[in-house]
Every structure is written in C-alpha cells, then in structure tokens.
Design a protein around this ligand. Structure first.
Ligand SMILES: N=C(N)NCCCC(=O)O
Ligand SMILES: [Zn+2]
Ligand SMILES: [Zn+2]
Length: 326
C-alpha cells in the first residue's frame, strides 16, 4: 500500500452479522483482494512435529473463527490497527503433512515470498516447528533477530526420536544456524518438568534468559515488559507465542499443557508493554481446537494476534509519517 491509499478494513459488523460469511482474520480482506499488504496474516496448518497431542493443524482456522468478534479500535494501544496500515489475510501455506523437511522448506519459501513484498508476517500455527523456517526467512531480510519466546517449554531440546525438526527443537536449530541475535533471547512463561537440569544449562549457554510464569506473577506484567524492552533495545524483534504459555485454564486447547501458567491478561499486558519494540514478524502457535472448550483458547489466541498486529501497524504508520516529513 502506498502512503496515499486508504487501507481496506474489516467487514462492518453493524451491517453484516459477524457470524456470516467465510472467516478471515478479524474479518479483514483477503490478500488477493488488496494486492499487497503491510501485515499479512497467514495460517500454517502443520502439526506433524508434535510430541504429544496432535491437532494444531486446525489452529489457524479456529483463530480466524474466534477473531470474528474483534473490533477495529484497540483502546489498550489507542490505535485502529486496520486503518493505520493494510492488514490482510493471506490464507494458508499448504504444506506436506507426511514430510517434515519438505514442509519446513515450503514454509520458508512462502515466507520469503511474502516478506519480499514488503509485508510483515503474523503467522497462525500450526505447531512450534514452524517457527524455524519463519525465523530463517526473517533473518535473511533483517539479519539475526532478537527473539521473545512465550511458552511453557524451552523448545531448545536437541532431537526427538532422532528428528531434528520438531516442535520441541526449533530454537536450538535457530541458534545453531546463527539466525538469532544471541544477546537478546528470552523465554517468558517457562514452567513445568524438564528432562534434567542440563536442559537449563544448555539453554543458558545458547544465550537465553528465562522469565518463568511465577516471575510474571510475582513481578507483574509492567516490570517484566520493562526489563524485556531494555534487553531488546532497537534490534529487529521476532515474537513467537506458544499459546501453552497460558495456564490450561486460559488455554486448554493445546497439545502439551502444563499447570501453573500465565493468565491471558498477563500475556496481553506484557505485549502492550512492548509496543515500542521493532517487531518485524510474529507467530501464534499450538492452538489445538479439539481440546478446546467454548473457544477459550482460540479467543485468547485471536486477541494475542490482534495486539501483535496492532504493534506492527502502529510502527508502519509511524515510519510512513517519518518518511513523509523528510
Ligand atoms: N512446543 C511445545 N508446545 N511443546 C514442546 C514439548 C516437547 C516435549 O514433549 O518435551
Ligand atoms: Zn509449549
Ligand atoms: Zn513451543
């Protein structure tokens, strides 16, 4: 979208019932309807990398369905994200469910194409395996990126059944490949049993700092966001959100649930506290609707993606304004 075009926003829910018609994220136009977008929301229906309950391949569409109730003005960030920039639903990246290596390559190539148009990506998973090809693509464009990883799990394990590409291993691969800025890596919401203490030592050696879910509870969202912001500075930032960072009470619909997690309020508040960071792309993964109830998980995921797209839209609009002033 050039600066003098008005973005095409969501369907007006005061005229067309929000439950009518096919679901796109937040009832936004499809990418093919607008040509190019500043932020492309893309589904990745892939869950062949999971170690426990399957079903995250249906996550993206569940999030789209739950996002019908999102409204165009976000008071928490005082912004109308879909008016500030063109946000559009790019549909799904169709990947091979029987061949993980091929799926990983397909995701990377599709992300290259989308990022090549100048869009930032808001990806809806899918299991956490998909973060690796997305990070590869983002790093090709921006160089090694800062990573903020919200998750109950570390996802820096080495292999499962000898497999390198799984939902428990994306960030170890990413560190090995040199696509992350190891001076700004953080896990948030970490908790639950590990295989051994070595998991933590390995993780620390890779450069990760950990904010546990208990830390979030004790210190509060604002203080946690302040600390993260300082660590990230103005580096290009990728945010990866495994919905199991939330307590199973807030996100039952996921494949590897762990007790003692963050509330959805804490997650949303931390994200809002990061609004000044240079967010280049993000994902929300591990929504498995078969274990969900009353769309609890997909509603939380849709609001999470809404905050993330709001951050991106605000930055795009601010950058445009700066460029125009010059
Ligand atoms: N990324 C997610 N959701 N889970 C990783 C858990 C890996 C394990 O079963 O040890
Ligand atoms: Zn997890
Ligand atoms: Zn994960």
């Amino acid at each position: 979208m050039s600066s003098n075009e008005t973005p095409r926003g969501p369907v007006d829910s005061s005229r067309i019932p929000r439950y009518a018609g096919p679901a796109t994220f937040a009832r936004l136009p499809r990418l093919d309807e607008v040509g190019t977008a500043d932020v492309a929301v893309v589904g990745v229906p892939f869950d062949s990398g999971v170690s426990y309950r399957p079903g995250a391949r249906f996550g993206g569409n569940a999030i789209r369905e739950a996002s019908r109730l999102l409204r165009p003005y976000n008071p928490a960030q005082d912004a109308s994200p879909f008016a500030l920039a063109q946000v559009a639903d790019g549909g799904d990246i169709a990947v091979n469910p029987f061949n993980i290596n091929e799926a990983v390559d397909t995701i990377e190539a599709a992300a290259d194409d989308l990022l090549g148009t100048g869009a930032r990506l808001m990806t809806l998973g899918g299991d956490h395996t998909i973060a690796l090809p997305l990070l590869r693509s983002v790093a090709k464009k921006h160089g090694p990126v800062a990573l903020l990883h919200f998750d109950a799990h570390l996802d820096t394990w080495d292999t499962y059944f000898g497999a390198e590409y799984t939902h428990g291993t994306p960030f170890r691969r990413a560190v090995e490949e040199g696509i992350l800025d190891t001076s700004a890596l953080s896990h948030v919401g970490t908790r639950g049993p590990l295989y051994g203490k070595q998991d933590l030592t390995d993780d620390e050696k890779m450069g990760f700092g950990i904010v546990t879910s208990a830390d979030v509870y004790r210190r509060g969202a604002d203080e946690v966001a302040d600390q993260l912001r300082q660590r990230i500075g103005d580096r290009p930032l990728y945010i990866s959100i495994d919905i199991d960072c939330l307590d199973p009470a807030h996100a039952p619909g996921t494949g590897t649930p762990e007790a003692g997690g963050m509330t959805s309020r804490e997650l949303l508040e931390i994200l809002r506290g990061l609004a000044s960071c240079n967010l280049v792309s993000a994902d929300v993964v591990e929504v498995a609707p078969a274990y969900d109830h009353a769309e609890i998980t997909s509603v939380a995921a849709s609001h999470t993606a809404y905050e993330l797209t709001t951050i991106m839209s605000r930055q795009i609009a601010a950058a445009r304004k700066d460029a125009e002033a010059k």
